[in-house]
Design a binder for this molecule. Structure first.
Ligand SMILES: [Cu+2]
Length: 365
């Protein structure tokens, strides 16, 4: 995941607030309620100040993002949160905080939003203490620790299945989630009826292995090859050597590669026509695609994830709407034509292949 370590403009506000507080200490006298504003978005939590005096505080929290979030304050035995806040919505939370350090984060998605960066820290100092105010420094130190490269190697194993067009088996579960998808909704509704997330599967053969790097603030990368023979006898080869980085609404690409993500299904992150899952590795890449040794495209759109098992043994039907607690061993490879390119010569015009018992190992960097 690429994260840019620059201090956002939003952080300028606390410096001004701190300066005002220093010349007007009466604002912080006991009995007053401190006002803090918080802004939630993908994937950060920004506070108007990182340091406040002990006592009553009211957080006014705005969801400036594109999916639902919430706001939680935790520390010193206290754990309080707002209800889920829809995009564009606001909620308030009034607490009485004793001096200490508190974690402030989005609790949505079993802490996966927190893991994606939606966390910060709040320091509460004794009311009237001289250093009430200077919150920005600690924030900056915290941000600087995230630029760390991680790498993993993934090998496809077990039964190999090709997923062919068909109906999505959990239409009622997906329907309420689809409401949030705006312009995309119509396309998704047609995919519920006949799309790539179906129980229409067939056994095939093939191999897939790759390495992926999450380079923090630098640039993510991928290197891998898949070779498989589809139901119709065509031999396909995919060579991945570069990542897709451009985020689109509901479809963030996290710089190309991300390790450890809870998404799909109920999360409103990526299509809800995949059950809710945890992934050890997810990536978005461009690929060179060959069919029977002839180049099809140098711009195939590729999505790969190693995820919690979603299909059962035997017929490999989708077996859970929430599969997030299952063992992570299903490797999915989905290949679509590049923008403006014709559909592939395959059922539905796409390629979707699973390796059902796959493994991964962390690499030295
Ligand atoms: Cu969130």
């Amino acid at each position: 995941m690429t994260r840019i370590p620059a201090v956002p403009l939003w952080n300028v506000a606390p410096i001004v607030a701190a300066a005002l507080a220093a010349v007007a200490p009466a604002f912080r006298s006991s009995g007053e309620t401190t006002a803090v504003t918080a802004r939630l978005s993908e994937w950060k939590v920004e506070l108007s100040t990182g340091r406040i005096p002990a006592g009553a505080v009211t957080f006014t929290v705005t969801n400036a993002g594109t999916i639902p979030h919430a706001f939680e304050v935790e520390g010193r035995g206290l754990e309080q949160e707002t209800p889920i806040i829809q995009p564009g919505g606001t909620a308030t939370l009034t607490l009485s905080l004793a001096p200490g350090t508190y974690e402030v984060y989005c609790p949505v998605g079993e802490d996966s939003h927190k893991k994606l960066g939606m966390e910060t820290r709040l320091t509460v100092v004794q009311a009237g203490s001289a250093d009430a105010g200077y919150g920005a420094t600690a924030d900056r130190e915290q941000r600087a620790t995230s630029a760390q490269t991680q790498a993993t190697a993934v090998t496809g194993g077990g039964d190999v299945i090709q997923i062919l067009p068909g109906p999505f088996p959990f239409p009622d579960s997906a329907a309420p989630i689809l409401k949030a998808f705006g312009d995309e909704r119509e396309g998704l509704e047609s995919q519920i009826k006949n799309g790539p997330y179906s129980n229409n599967v067939t056994a095939i053969s093939g191999t897939f292995s790759f390495r992926a790097w999450d380079k923090g603030a630098v640039r993510d990368s991928v290197d891998g090859v898949a070779e498989f023979t589809t139901q119709d006898g065509a031999r396909w080869k995919l060579v991945m050597d570069r990542v897709q980085t451009k985020d689109v609404p509901h479809h963030p690409r996290f710089g190309g590669v991300i390790f450890g993500l809870y998404y799909h299904g109920v999360t409103q992150v990526h299509t809800p026509l995949v059950p809710t899952i945890n992934s050890a590795v997810a990536l978005w890449a461009f690929g060179h695609l060959y069919r029977n040794d002839a180049l099809v495209t140098n711009n195939a759109m590729v999505h790969v994830m190693l995820l919690s098992r979603t299909r059962r043994d035997g017929d490999y039907a989708l077996t859970c709407w929430d599969c997030s607690k299952n063992k992570i061993e299903e490797l999915q490879l989905q290949i679509l034509p590049g923008p403006g390119e014709p559909k592939f010569d395959a059922p539905g015009g796409f390629l979707f292949v699973n390796w059902e018992r796959s493994t991964f190992s962390r690499l030295g960097t």
